[in-house]
Design a protein around this ligand. Structure first.
Ligand code: NDP
Length: 388
């Protein structure tokens, strides 16, 4: 049976990895909608290659280029936030949510509210709107398939088990490119160094998040929502080789781990074929040549983002959304050369301290918290940039 699929964020790292798997299994999948932000040329090329029904750019300024690139085809071109939501409601069997940042929240929520099967890579959406998103999943009967390699690993370790039988979850972390750097060295690192992840090939934003370890903080919040066993039962363990993607310890002290080469196509394949399995051409795991697996505790002094994220989700309410919004602003400023690497966590911390709205009860309230936190962080960022 052919599975109909849509991919939000098709031109990004996760989107392209998903399409690479589809390319290997053309007969099994029919592509309905593909989306991008402003990259009309690549989106049009992908839409043509995969014979999509519709291609959507979030940025309306990219619409003329998309329309022109799709002229003479049967592929419908669309643009803007409403078009993204409309695409998310289309009749498909499987939706990949792989837009980067909270910008992915509206279409992801639209797909969830329509009761769809959603493969979730867009962690920022879940971090920001955690309770609201999980409530929508429960209400609509949607299925969330975790794509983040750690959460996908946990999901796989839970096959045949029950969450009520779990004592502890261990999220593994590579430690990023600055795992062994002293604080003074970290102060001077450049965006080019920060995006050069030692194990994974990813988009720029998540690469910087891995370097600050905010990525692991966001994943802690993500895990808390997806696998509700209590925050104190979710640990973080640095494992530089990125071979074990996460572990689940059951009450009987049996620990299950999921292993694989650090290639996002492996967790994506698991979600794409779920509950079945498909073949991939990913590099098989060769433990003999890897030789050893190392582990260490995370350093909360050099990587304060981990503590910020744990505190934000412990306090709850608007805090995770503020953490995420401030981090998005700070990472963009760092990538643009406006602030230093260590300023990222400082800015997030100051935004969390300085802005304390009430807990958002609706999606509109959440969007308003997100927008205000961005303004607050942006103002801080400009002060930090001037002071430097
Ligand atoms: P990329 O930056 O590579 O790609 C982002 C995608 O989102 C692109 O298609 C981009 O379009 C689109 N996009 C960007 N901004 C907007 C916007 N404002 N509105 C609509 N679409 C937008 O990101 P990644 O693929 O690395 O990451 C995607 C998500 O998956 C993130 O949440 C990340 O944390 C998560 N993730 C990524 C992993 C990885 O290995 N890369 C691993 C685990 C999770 P355009 O090309 O036009 O800019």
């Amino acid at each position: 049976m052919t599975r109909s699929i849509s991919i939000f964020g098709a031109t990004g790292s996760v989107g392209l990895s998903t399409l690479d798997l589809v390319r290997q299994h053309r007969a099994a999948y029919r592509v309905v909608a593909l989306t991008a932000n402003g990259n009309a040329a690549d989106l049009a090329a992908l839409a043509k290659e995969f014979d999509a029904e519709v291609a959507v750019v979030a940025d309306e300024a990219a619409y003329p280029a998309l329309k022109e690139a799709l002229a003479g085809t049967n592929i419908r071109a669309a643009a803007g936030p409403a078009a993204l939501i409309e695409a998310a409601k289309m009749d498909v069997d499987w939706t990949m949510a792989a837009i980067v940042g909270c910008a992915g929240l509206p279409p992801t929520m639209a797909a969830i509210e329509a009761g769809k099967t959603v493969a979730l890579a867009n962690k920022e959406a879940l971090v920001s709107a955690g309770e609201l998103m999980m409530a929508a999943v429960a209400r609509s009967g949607a299925t969330l398939l975790p794509v983040d390699s750690e959460h996908n690993a946990i999901f796989q370790c839970l096959a045949g088990g029950k969450i009520s039988q779990v004592r502890k979850i261990t999220l593994t972390a590579s430690g990023g490119p600055f795992r062994t750097f002293a604080l003074d060295q970290m102060r001077a690192v450049t965006p080019a160094q920060a995006v050069a992840h030692p194990n994974w090939d990813m988009g720029a934003k998540i690469s910087v998040d891995s370097a600050t370890m905010m990525n692991k903080g966001l994943e802690l919040i993500e895990a808390h929502h997806l696998f509700p066993i209590g925050l104190n039962n979710i640990d973080i363990l640095v494992h530089p080789q990125s071979v074990i993607h996460s572990m689940v310890e059951y009450h009987d002290r049996s620990t299950l781990a999921q292993l694989g080469s650090p290639d996002m196509r492996i967790p994506i394949a698991s979600a794409l074929a779920w509950p079945d399995r498909i073949t991939t051409n990913c590099v098989p795991l060769d433990l003999a040549s890897i030789g050893r697996l190392d582990f260490e505790a995370p350093d909360l002094i050099r990587f304060p983002a981990l503590k910020l994220a744990r505190t934000a989700i412990s306090e709850g309410g608007a805090k995770p959304a503020i953490l995420n919004a401030a981090n998005e602003i700070a990472v963009a400023a760092f990538l643009a050369g406006q602030i230093g690497f260590l300023d990222i966590a400082d800015m997030v911390s100051s935004t969390l301290d300085g802005y304390s709205p009430k807990a958002p009860a609706t999606l509109d309230e959440l969007f308003s918290v997100d927008a205000d936190a961005r303004i607050y962080a942006q103002t801080l960022m400009e002060k930090t940039a001037h002071a430097a």
